[in-house]
Design a protein around this ligand. Structure first.
Ligand code: ARG
Length: 406
């Protein structure tokens, strides 16, 4: 009789490669490997598939989810300008729900009893994987071989050698733990665990150092429709391609390096580096266009929802009702976000130097100008200020009556 199957989120790296054999040995299951391309710029997907089979998977599935990732996971985050702790554009937190979706699909297609991930017990990704599965497919069990095994890097290599697993040997062994997709690159561990240690240059791949950035600034015009970028310098591009292109251009100017101390859901403060040139450029541009197109009250409220939204995605609650409800709000607010932003990319900065919107801009020259053609009726201001200040004036008078100092 064949063994029950479990679908493993397979990256092609050392941990998930040895996890295949470990699950067979310790869990009595057969492993179906599932590798999802979310724009991490991986090696050949067919090669990863073969690697999984060589490492003992009974079946291996690869999914090109680059467009889906851009359109269904990055797009809502951009509409919400989502940045955890106001700094981190949620790179990994956005890809996990999509990976879960495909794990669940493959599990159902292959009659698997569970899904597995290669996360440790110390991070957020385990939460995102498992809560996602609990929501989408409560009938499936969650397996966490690396967390259960408590594997160190050396132990993983030894285990692989002992059992003749053709463990992937990368030519350039990274001293860091990396995750990557179209929205950015995350870098942890190694020397970075000392929060006082400056980020070494070898931690970065998608951005140049400011010292090496071109001495000439570069301009790019980004057009948005309903809150999403649709063209760069007048050239229409599908979202995934547009993100890749702006990422490359902004990265070449050193835009998007983030060095932060992050509050993980599991209670740990951790030092993290991110490179998110495209995300930072697009969020900067999108926010600016909102400042032009959103009515004051809406804009102000949107900022409060944005923080909450980023937090819940970070905390693995992507599939929950609050996420859905805030999405509906963001959709409505982004109806007004149409127009163009001119960004200057220069020495690590993406700076807005121009904004315009033919259909949705609320900037009114006649009201704003100090020139002769000013249409703003200044005489109305006198009464307005009196009424605006009335509550304070009333309170202050009372207070003074009692000889208290303001
Ligand atoms: N700290 C970030 C987050 O929780 C990045 C996680 C990267 N994941 C990884 N397995 N290296 O979203």
């Amino acid at each position: 009789m064949s063994k029950p199957r479990v679908v493993l989120a397979y990256s092609g790296g050392l941990d998930t490669s040895v996890a295949i054999e470990w699950m067979k040995e310790h869990k009595g299951v057969d492993v179906v490997a599932c590798a999802v391309d979310v724009g991490q710029g991986v090696d050949d997907l067919d090669e990863i598939k073969q690697r999984a089979l060589d490492c003992g998977a009974v079946e291996a599935v690869v999914v090109d989810a680059r467009d889906e990732f851009a359109e269904q996971f990055v797009a809502p985050a951009l509409k919400a300008n989502a940045m955890y702790m106001n700094k981190y554009p949620l790179v990994s937190a956005l890809s996990r729900p999509l990976i879960v979706k495909h794990l669940v699909r493959v599990a159902r297609e292959t009659g698997a009893v569970g899904v597995a991930h290669g996360c440790t017990g110390k991070g957020n990704d385990q939460v995102r994987f498992e809560v996602g599965t609990m929501c989408l497919a409560p009938e499936l069990d969650n397996y966490a071989p690396i967390r259960e095994w408590g594997l160190s890097r050396d132990a993983a290599i030894d285990y692989g050698i002992e059992r003749n697993i053709p463990i992937p040997v990368t030519s350039k062994e990274s001293p860091y733990s990396i995750d990557e997709n179209a929205w950015g690159r995350t870098v942890e561990c190694g020397i970075l665990e000392d929060p006082w240690a400056a980020p070494p240059e070898d931690a970065f791949e998608r951005t140049v150092a400011i010292a090496d950035a071109p001495d000439e600034p570069e301009e790019v015009i980004i057009a948005f429709e309903n809150g999403l970028p649709v063209s760069l310098d007048g050239k229409q591009l599908p979202l995934a391609e547009l993100i890749a292109e702006i990422d490359r251009r902004a990265g070449a100017h050193g835009v998007g390096r983030i060095d932060m101390l992050e509050d993980r859901l599991v209670g740990i403060k951790s030092r993290e580096l991110y490179e998110c040139p495209g995300a930072i450029a697009l969020i900067t541009a999108h926010r600016e266009l909102e400042d032009l197109c959103l009515e004051q009250e809406l804009a102000e409220h949107k900022r409060t929802e944005e923080g909450r939204y980023a937090q819940l995605i970070y905390n693995g609650l992507w599939w929950g009702p609050l996420k859905k409800a805030i999405d509906a709000f963001m959709e409505e607010a982004n109806r007004y976000v149409n127009g163009e932003i001119r960004l200057q990319l220069f020495k690590g900065h993406a700076t807005v130097t121009g904004r315009r919107s033919e259909t949705s801009g609320l900037y009114n020259y006649d009201l704003a100008t100090y020139d002769a053609d000013d249409q703003f009726d200044q005489s109305l201001a006198e009464g307005f200020v009196k009424l605006w200040g009335l509550p304070l004036k009333t309170w202050a008078a009372r207070f003074r009556d009692q000889d208290q100092e303001l």
